[in-house]
Design a protein around this ligand. Structure first.
Ligand SMILES: Cc1cc2nc3c(=O)[nH]c(=O)nc-3n(C[C@H](O)[C@H](O)[C@H](O)COP(=O)(O)OP(=O)(O)OC[C@H]3O[C@@H](n4cnc5c(N)ncnc54)[C@H](O)[C@@H]3O)c2cc1C
Length: 602
């Protein structure tokens, strides 16, 4: 078992699901690809997960469940997602229950907990409408007040699990005059409804996650009791946006599971495919692509795991952190999957020529993660509205309250430290300019400089880490400067240039998360993590988003990264800064044919 307890649930789930490369395992690649081809809802797989009681981990302990930390949650969602995003996304709609854990009454919490635990209950989030997409305030679905409750009218579409679920969280208009306070949120329980007053829309045919219940739900004078209202009337948009802060950051776990499989299956190919008398992995270009893909996963890991812990420590900053992670991790890993597809060559385009066709399924399934739960532009937009205040606050706070900042960063990034209980009531719609990750960059630089005396560190590697941190700080200061002098107004018509600045902000935040993660875990995440070559290479990779390659310090030797990638592959460990044990595969021992230079020592 892993030394970090928060990874035990993920390891146990892995063990019981078994090797996905073995067709007889519970959620094998062969089985999930077959279900996808038939566009069949993975009901048996979901039932298996309920029988395993994974549903309990979606309910906080204070509401009689097993959920204790988002870090633990991210780890087990990766375990499901590396096998099948259709199942993982269908099961994880359970997480919309967070709306009730945050804003519901005691009675609602108990009802929902019992629905999930005792009745294998599932739910959907019914916000989108055909005519309004991202424009939630434009919603047409009405909830009209009547004695004892409300009458719902209108349609929600497209909604994941709208048909195959017992509860719909519906955002509806309770005030016809419109505006931010015109929406209210309802927990609509189908068993309480007159069956003639609601209907489901037909299954949608989608590019990926083909077996999902992608449909919709419509209401015609549908009576729902007053007890369905979550929070106060008119507070629907506020809770919807706060709920998104939780789920958007967690979407990163889907992408990371998918990315692991994309890399693992391509590596499997590259180690076995012989060309010109050697393996594909032994050729410098494909090897570099695979090493870079591994670096992408490590970068995203630092952002995702940092955010997962950050929820517990600085929930009030999540209007920023969550938008960053949802934009950065999902798009970075989408690009990574596209990059490694080149190594898979022609097999990438064939539906079943390699590992049962799991790669092409990952490509299609993974593409939705950056779209749903707030698309890339919606997240960048949410972030850019806060950029100017972030810049001002960074300048005001520079050099102040450093001890408190240092303590919060340690709580967020030290994986050995336990986190406080998450309190969703502390989420805020705006972070008021606070983002500890970037606020702490100067502090970090000072800490890095003290490491020069550390005899265990390679001075050349440390020098690169320090010089790239300097570069990031320069870019952050330049970004702050242009933001402080910008004249943008609030609203939806923001310039494309501001979207670019928001993207840069996300890159800087992810880079800083990598440095914080390294500094706080150098002594307990193993030799590969401690030596820091991965960090130097990750920072250089991110610096390339700001500067041309020829202006940067040259790339250090990536041999250690290639070796670690091989080691994790051969030992069936997750590609991660926390490489916990995956289900063991029987065939891996005889698969590595790379040259002795790159082979692991026994
Ligand atoms: C597989 C799948 C599952 C889904 N599951 C759910 C679900 O469970 N529940 C649910 O409620 N919805 C769900 N959705 C809906 C999804 O969240 C919407 O697709 C999303 O809200 C965007 O709406 P839209 O695609 O209609 O685009 P629109 O919002 O109509 O956007 C149209 C264009 O305007 C751009 N745009 C939008 N806002 C801005 C902005 N602020 N600044 C600049 N450009 C902008 C967009 O990028 C796009 O180019 C799902 C969709 C899919 C495909």
């Amino acid at each position: 078992m892993h030394s970090l307890k928060q990874y035990w649930v993920a390891e146990a789930l892995e063990r019981d699901l078994g090797d996905p490369g073995n067709p007889d395992s519970v959620m094998s690649f062969q089985q999930v690809v077959a279900l996808d081809e038939q566009e069949e809802f993975p009901e048996a797989l979901l039932n298996w997960l309920y029988n395993w009681k994974l549903n309990h981990y979606y309910i906080p302990t204070e509401c009689s469940g097993e959920f204790t930390s988002f870090e633990e949650f991210v780890a087990f969602v990766r375990v499901m997602s590396r096998r099948d995003l259709t199942t993982s996304i269908s099961f994880t709609t359970l997480f919309w229950s967070y709306l009730v854990w945050m804003a519901g009454t005691e009675e609602q919490k108990q009802r929902l907990a019992s629905f999930i635990k005792d009745h294998n209950g599932a739910m959907c989030l019914a916000y989108s409408e055909r005519a309004h997409g991202s424009d939630l305030v434009g919603s047409d679905v009405q909830a009209t007040k009547v004695p004892g409750g409300y009458l719902l009218n209108g349609e929600k579409w497209p909604i994941n699990r709208a048909t195959i679920s017992g509860v719909s969280f519906v955002l509806a208009k309770t005030d016809e005059s419109g505006g931010a306070r015109s929406l209210s949120l309802f927990m609509v329980e189908k068993k309480q409804l007159d069956p003639n007053s609601y209907y489901n829309l037909p299954k949608l045919l989608t590019h990926g996650i083909r077996g999902s219940d992608m449909s919709g739900i419509g209401f015609k004078d549908c009576f729902i009791p007053e007890s369905s209202l979550i929070g106060a009337e008119g507070a629907g948009l506020e809770w919807a946006l706060k709920g998104f802060q939780v789920t958007r950051a967690l979407c990163a776990a889907f992408s990371q599971g998918a990315a692991d499989t994309a890399l693992r299956t391509t590596l499997n190919f590259a180690l076995n495919r012989q060309l010109y008398g050697k393996t594909v992995f032994d050729m410098p270009q494909p090897r570099r692509t695979l090493v870079d893909a591994f670096l992408d996963i490590l970068i995203c890991d630092c952002a995702t795991i940092g955010a997962a812990r950050g929820f517990h420590v600085v929930p009030e900053q999540f209007s920023v952190w969550s938008a960053v992670v949802k934009y950065f991790v999902t798009t970075q890993l989408e690009s990574m999957v596209a990059d490694v597809s080149v190594v898979l060559g022609a097999r990438y385009y064939m539906r079943d020529a390699h590992d049962w066709g799991i790669f092409q399924k990952v490509v299609r399934d993974n593409a939705i993660i950056s779209v749903f739960d707030g698309s890339t532009v919606v997240n960048l937009h949410a972030l850019l509205l806060q950029l100017r205040q972030l810049a001002k606050q960074r300048s005001r706070q520079r050099g102040k309250n450093l001890e408190a900042l240092q303590a919060r960063l340690a709580d967020c990034f030290s994986l050995e430290q336990s986190v406080p209980t998450f309190d969703g009531r502390k989420l805020e719609l705006f972070s008021r300019g606070a983002d500890d990750v970037l606020q702490g960059l100067e502090l970090t630089l000072a800490q890095l400089q003290t490491l020069e005396a550390d005899p265990d560190l390679n001075p050349a590697v440390l020098e690169q880490i320090v010089s790239f941190t300097h570069l990031l700080l320069e870019e952050l200061n330049a970004l702050d400067h242009s933001l402080e002098h910008s004249t943008f107004e609030f609203g939806h018509d923001q310039s494309p240039e501001l979207f670019d600045l928001a993207k840069q902000y996300c890159t800087l935040h992810a880079a800083a998360a990598c440095i914080h993660m390294w500094l706080h875990n150098r002594h307990h995440l193993g030799a590969f993590f401690a030596q820091g070559e991965w960090l130097a290479l990750c920072l250089r990779r991110l610096a390339l988003k700001f500067r041309p390659a020829h202006s940067l310090a040259s790339r250090i030797n990536d041999e250690a990264i290639a070796q670690e990638l091989l080691r994790l592959y051969q030992e069936d460990k997750l590609f991660s800064i926390v490489p916990f044990q995956l289900a063991t595969s029987k065939v891996q021992g005889d698969q590595t044919n790379a040259t002795s230079e790159l082979q692991l020592q026994a």
